[in-house]
Design a protein around this ligand. Structure first.
Ligand code: TXA
Ligand code: MG
Length: 543
């Protein structure tokens, strides 16, 4: 196939070229275009044959769906069956830009585009040339990254030329990509929304608009055997350079120490700018240590550079996982096939017990750690599990508090049980004596299993100290906010009366007095920056 080349730097004065590029698309051809994230292979999203050509050019499996690119917000309605308010809010805040939103698809969106899923991924890029090409083509463009499947995404014209000449009808040079990693992908088809692929729009930025979001486990972990990928892209080996990468944890000195000790086992290091001189092996760099943006921009290029230099085995400096760093780590860990060398995971994982009064934001802190791959053991959830229909604990409860705490179908009527059990201290003690031993036993089991697998464990237990569960933790952490703040949060969140709120607080009195002796305290209220607070504790525990 003959490939034509275009160079676009000023869309307003290059209308003819833009028209010419668009005519390839109108004719059902594939064109490589620049975007602010990475280069894409674009075709008319409504032309099935054209879209099939993309899969051929990339060598991409057909069940891996494509992102559809638009050049104005309204065009989302051409593609999505339902556009919830959350989507509009996200779009208004982060579009045009490096964010892809997944929504239920319209029938007119072909299964070839959606990889047979009932949803469609939509993105409005901010790159001026991309916008002008979509606009001139007069149709949304399906476009995956412009690499051959399984290779790093191309962030500059040169790489697209290398990979795609002869495979597509045209390649547009639009300069170097600003972000360097692909867009953030969030699906609104789940509740709460799920982050499927991290990018330059960070989890914190998404939460600003969406409130709670889930981070798909596959973001920082290998997909477990037999698990179904929420985003088909996650199940494929991705971003792999020819060299075998291994990630080495620790600060600069620890890294240098490790490389010195093991330098016969590798031929290159991948480190941060300014560190090259300290390295006992040849190096390639990817951005600055404390600047995740600069790392994102360089990561794919650095991987290609290692290949070009013929690197075979590479020790990699581990970046931070927060903010845009989550996107960097997501790409890097995959590129390294999740090989960690001096990994904590080989040792026993840390168990961190969390306590905090209602409204203190305990779950927020738990979520921060889970996002980074920690496992949460939720005592409340376990309390519900052990009182499931037909369970021995439920039988004991019925015996102690009356058969009618069970509804006709055998389920526990929690309200009725609460009204009886919290009637006086003696009854409360009876309830505790029936439920607590089993809850504690299970919490211990869960914590132990996960820690033995080397995972960090967050034991989220409202009665961490009163139940003695703090004893099985390596560290305990109290999340603290003043009463007034907590009242306001609960009022807002649970819409219950102040009287009920006060009742909740008084039930937690003992726990709170005991929790004063927690190893760490996190202040989660204005003017404290809760992330700073968490990171402070994190550094103490994990470094
Ligand atoms: O920045 C970007 O998003 C670049 C530029 C060209 O816009 N595009 C890009 O496309 O990275 P691609 O095809 O390489 O990655 C799209 C990812 C894949 O992992 C795919 O599985 C996922 O998005 N995806 C697409 N549609 C989906 C859907 N309906 N549900 C779940 N995941 C979806
Ligand atoms: Mg890709």
């Amino acid at each position: 196939m003959k490939t034509e080349f275009f160079r676009i730097r000023d869309v307003h004065n290059q209308k003819n070229e833009i028209e010419k590029i668009a005519s390839f698309i109108k004719n059902g051809e594939v064109v490589a275009i620049p975007t602010e994230t990475v280069y894409g292979l674009a075709a008319d999203a409504f032309n099935e044959n054209a879209v099939k050509k993309i899969f051929e050019a990339k060598g991409r499996p057909s069940d891996n769906p494509l992102i559809v690119h638009i050049s104005k917000l309204e065009d989302i309605y051409l593609l999505a069956e339902k556009v919830p308010e959350k989507a509009i809010k996200l779009a208004e805040k982060y579009w045009p830009g490096p964010l892809t939103i997944i929504l239920p698809k319209k029938k007119c969106v072909s299964d070839v585009v959606s990889g047979n899923l009932p949803t469609v991924a939509v993105r409005f890029p901010s790159h001026k040339a991309a916008q002008a090409i979509i606009e001139a083509a007069g149709t949304p463009l399906a476009a995956p990254s412009a690499n051959i499947s399984g290779f790093p995404s191309p962030t500059c014209f040169q790489y697209v030329e290398d990979d795609m000449t002869g495979r597509v009808s045209a390649i547009v040079d639009g300069g170097d990509c600003e972000c360097g990693i692909e867009s953030t992908v969030i699906t609104l088809a789940t509740e709460p929304p799920t982050l499927l692929r991290p990018g330059a729009v960070t989890p914190e930025q998404l939460r600003e608009v969406l409130g709670e979001i889930k981070i798909d486990k596959a973001v920082l972990n290998p997909l477990e055997k037999n698990a179904v990928a929420s985003s088909p892209g996650m199940k494929y080996k991705h971003y792999s350079p020819k060299a075998a990468l291994s990630i080495v944890k620790g600060n600069l000195n620890q890294f240098v120490g490790y490389v010195n000790e093991h330098k016969s086992e590798a031929d290159f290091v991948l480190c941060f700018e300014g560190e090259e001189d300290k390295m006992p092996l040849p190096s390639v760099t990817f951005g600055m240590c404390d600047d995740s943006f600069s790392q994102a921009k360089r990561i794919f290029d650095a991987l290609r550079e290692l290949d070009e230099k013929g690197a075979k085995k590479v020790f990699v400096r581990k970046p931070y996982e927060s903010g845009v760093g989550l996107g960097v780590c997501n790409r890097l860990y995959r590129a390294a096939a999740f090989r960690f060398l001096n990994d904590e995971k080989e040792k026993k994982g840390v168990v961190l017990g969390l306590s905090g009064a209602s409204g203190s934001g305990k779950s927020f802190v738990a979520a921060y750690f889970t996002e980074k791959g920690a496992v949460t053991v939720d005592a409340d959830k376990i309390a519900r599990e052990i009182t499931a229909k037909g369970s021995p604990v439920l039988e004991k409860l019925a015996l102690a508090f009356g058969e009618d705490i069970l509804s006709p179908d055998g389920e526990l009527n929690r309200r009725k049980l609460a009204s009886r059990a919290f009637a006086d201290e003696e009854k409360t003690a009876l309830l505790t004596s029936i439920t607590h031993p089993e809850i504690i036993k299970r919490c211990k089991e869960h914590c132990e299993t996960a820690a033995n697998e080397g995972k960090t464990v967050i034991l989220d237990a409202p009665l961490l100290f009163s139940s003695g569960l703090n004893e099985i933790c390596d560290y305990s952490l109290l999340v603290f906010a003043p009463e007034q703040v907590r009242i306001e949060r609960i009022r807002e969140r649970d819409k219950i009366s102040d009287e009920e709120i006060k009742k909740r607080f008084s039930a937690q009195l003992t726990e709170m007095s005991l929790a004063e002796k927690a190893d760490f305290k996190i202040k989660n209220y204005h003017p404290y920056d809760v992330y700073e607070e968490i990171r402070r504790v994190e550094r103490k525990i994990f470094n």
